[in-house]
Design a protein around this ligand. Structure first.
Ligand SMILES: CC(C)(COP(=O)(O)OP(=O)(O)OC[C@H]1O[C@@H](n2cnc3c(N)ncnc32)[C@H](O[C@H]2O[C@H](COP(=O)(O)OP(=O)(O)OP(=O)(O)O)[C@@H](O)[C@H]2O)[C@@H]1O)[C@@H](O)C(=O)NCCC(=O)NCCS
Ligand SMILES: Nc1ncnc2[nH]cnc12
Length: 285
């Protein structure tokens, strides 16, 4: 039992980190760090994002380990929060204080937890539902700090990263995951399918990263541009959109985190159908 739990946790953490790396390497992304440029970011590079992602392996492994076979509860919520905060601390150490993956630790941390609750056997609907349930428990030990997100969620009345998780990740379930699957079925390349999934998130999400930097008008501009490109455009226009977002200091960082979460769920789904939840649960790259 210990070996099974350990092996599962190692695999889940690898899939989580792999999803983060796939997200940052996807190119060209509007306003975000990718292989081509650093988008609207002056303090983040591709290399820093990779280092940040790798530094989170232990965090995700610990979350999977303590969640294995359990159900959402107040105590699990607080145990996860403690590991998540230690993960954030580690991220800030390796990035010298830059927020690279705070939103991703939160979203993917919860999803790793609920995946592990089902020992890898739950389907995606069950995983997001349980992650939402877990996120709705109050973390009594959460330090009362003012963050960019807390400022703008109050100012503009949006749910932000916390709301997205507490509602069971509606933007992933309604937009990015269906878009990823539909694009694959329509013959897009894997890279194009992922870019479409990212655009579907930018078109919908109340991204506090955009709101904090440039306010409501920029958020609605970003949503409109992404929607236009998806419905009328052609992915060749992404380079122009990248230049436009960068010039206007628009970074859809929340959408990037949710794309990584989408890729994580997609991998879990693929692994489940390949029945790698058996005893010798082994990760293959
Ligand atoms: C619940 C927490 C996420 C804390 O929430 P809060 O909103 O208070 O915290 P923020 O510091 O604002 O971080 C939230 C990050 O979530 C991403 N995000 C934004 N909007 C959404 C959305 N609608 N849905 C999902 N995710 C969203 C976003 O991450 C990206 O933005 C980063 C850059 O943002 P920022 O720091 O603002 O940086 P800059 O724009 O460069 O501005 P400057 O500060 O430099 O001026 C980018 O890297 C992406 O990551 C937000 O950053 C949660 O963290 C929490 O409570 N944790 C406690 C531990 C816990 O309970 N863990 C349990 C699970 S492990
Ligand atoms: N690719 C990316 N660029 C900038 N911020 C991000 N946060 C998460 N992924 C990101």
């Amino acid at each position: 039992m210990f070996n099974e739990k350990k092996s599962f946790s190692i695999t889940a953490a690898k899939l989580a980190v792999h999803s983060l790396i796939e997200e940052v390497e996807l190119t060209p992304k509007p306003g975000l760090v990718d292989k081509r440029n650093n988008g609207a970011h002056h303090d983040i590079t591709l290399q820093l994002m990779r280092i940040s992602a790798e530094s989170l392996t232990e965090t995700f492994e610990k979350i999977a380990f303590i969640s294995y076979g359990r159900s959402p509860s107040q105590s699990l919520r607080e145990e996860i929060a403690e590991i998540g905060r230690a993960g954030e601390k580690r991220m800030f150490e390796v990035t010298f204080g830059v927020n690279t993956h705070k939103g991703a630790i939160w979203a993917i941390g919860l999803l790793v937890s609920s995946t592990s609750m089902g020992k890898g056997m739950y389907n995606i609907e069950e995983i997001v539902t349980l992650a939402g349930e877990l996120a709705r428990f109050t973390d009594r030990y959460c330090p009362e700090t003012i963050t960019n997100g807390s400022n703008v969620t109050t100012k503009y009345g949006v749910g932000g990263a916390r709301g997205e998780a507490q509602q069971g990740f509606p933007n992933i379930m309604n937009f990015s995951l269906p878009m990823l699957n539909r694009s694959r079925e329509s013959g897009y390349t894997e890279e194009e399918a992922r870019l479409n999934a990212l655009l579907s998130l930018i078109a919908q999400l109340d991204d506090t990263c955009i709101l904090h930097r440039q306010g409501l008008e920029a958020l609605s501009f970003a949503k409109h541009q992404a929607h236009y490109l998806l419905t009328n455009g052609n992915l060749d226009w992404l380079n122009t959109l990248d230049e436009t977002f960068t010039k206007r200091n628009i970074s859809p960082g929340g959408s990037a985190d949710l794309l990584a979460a989408t890729l994580f769920l997609d991998k879990i789904q693929a692994n489940k159908t390949e029945k790698i939840t058996r005893k010798d649960y082994v990760y293959t790259n």
